[in-house]
Design a protein. Sequence first.
Length: 95
Amino acid sequence: MAEQRWTLMYDDVADAYEIGWKRPLGRHVVATVECGYDEPANRQQHAAARLIVAAPELLALAKDLLDAANSCECGEPECKTTKARALIAKAEGRS
């Protein structure tokens, strides 16, 4: 199965953002973020939904950049490549 591009879809009936991807016969929803009526909270929830949608592409880019950098293997806790490897492992459920 080809990798799906995640999208943010607004459901005006439920007043919620649906996170998932479109399929030929509908859509596949993996998460729903309710909007509510409080404007500041709505902006924060919308920002969180956009970040969730971008997460798979951000992870792929981080991995590509780390590979392209061909950087150190020092393991020092403050090293940016060490931090990047740790965050990638966390995102992939390996830590």
